[in-house]
Ligand binder design. Structure first.
Ligand code: ADP
Ligand code: MG
Length: 278
């Protein structure tokens, strides 16, 4: 009997199953006390090992996808955003939009949870073994610009078209010049009807021309994007300011529409980093 136990242990070591190895003695004891049956004794260590491996896989994939720290649907307080249809978000979390290579737009004022929801959908996709990558528009344009300068734009675009879901966050926070808009357009074009995207923006479509510094590219972009598109507008108060409701003007507190464009050159947050220009 102990010879057999030794062999099982050696097999678990050989198969690289440390978690199962750790629970083996306990399981054998429970088996001997007839607390569990033979099938349960086989099932328990396998299930535990699988659980550990799955958690590890998701952890690595979330880092690769730039989805850390994790923001989940469970941690999203839907009651705080009554304008948002929870069922629509839960339906998106079924991930059919990824198989259909659709574009999901999350539009709304700052702090309303656009980035949180985009990430939460990304996490659901990672758990379902989809490849996901999240990046802000400013970072994406900077990366594409750099790749172009280094003569490897095609590779970079190929890299960003390989993922099943690309999340482009913070469209509209920083102005993009027309060269940047053009690079983004090339990427959108390459992914068009091939891969799903989630785009978050604090600007409505009407402002995209100004935002991309080029109405021609903006029009071309809008021509591509709304195809197979799901548009979700969040019209509510900023979650960041929830404990400071007294500081938020009445017209912003509830049902505030997407902010009108600020005067040119002074938008949204102060620019942290200018996008690279060539
Ligand atoms: P946005 O991208 O729309 O500017 P974020 O998604 O970054 O807003 O939200 C700002 C912060 O508030 C984040 O830390 C986010 O996790 C949190 N948050 C926003 N809305 C909710 C909500 N309804 N429930 C829980 N946390 C929220
Ligand atoms: Mg955001």
């Amino acid at each position: 009997m102990s010879g057999l136990l030794d062999r099982i242990q050696a097999s678990l070591v050989g198969l690289n199953m440390p978690r199962a190895l750790k629970t083996l003695r306990d399981i054998v004891q429970r088996l001997e006390r007839s607390e569990i049956g033979a099938l349960e004794a086989i099932d328990a260590p396998l299930a535990e090992e699988l659980d550990v491996r799955e958690n590890r896989r998701v952890g690595v994939a979330l880092k690769t996808a730039k989805l850390t720290p994790p923001k989940t649907l469970e941690s999203f307080d839907f009651s705080f955003q009554p304008s948002l249809d929870k069922n629509r978000i839960l339906a998106l979390a079924q991930l059919d939009f990824i198989d259909r290579a659709e574009v999901v737009h999350l539009l709304g004022p700052p702090g309303t949870g656009k980035s949180h929801l985009a990430a939460a959908l990304g996490i659901a996709a990672v758990k379902a073994r989809k490849s996901v990558y999240r990046i802000t528009l400013a970072e994406l344009v900077e990366a594409l610009n750099k790749a172009r300068r280094e003569d490897r734009l095609a590779d970079k675009i190929r890299f960003h078209t390989r993922t099943s879901l690309l999340i482009v966050d913070e469209i509209g926070y920083l102005p993009i010049d027309s060269a940047g808009a053009n690079l983004f357009f090339q990427l959108v074009n390459a992914r068009h009807e091939k891969g799903a995207m989630i785009l978050t923006s604090n600007r409505g479509f009407a402002e995209w021309g100004e935002m991309f510094g080029d109405t021609v590219v903006a029009t071309a972009l809008l021509d591509r994007l709304p195809h197979h598109a799901v548009v979700i507008r969040i019209e509510g108060a900023s979650y960041r300011l929830r404990d400071h409701a007294d500081l938020v003007p009445e017209h912003v507190r509830a049902n505030a529409p997407i902010a009108p464009p600020p005067p040119p050159g002074r938008r949204g947050r102060p620019p942290r980093k200018r996008t690279a220009r060539t």
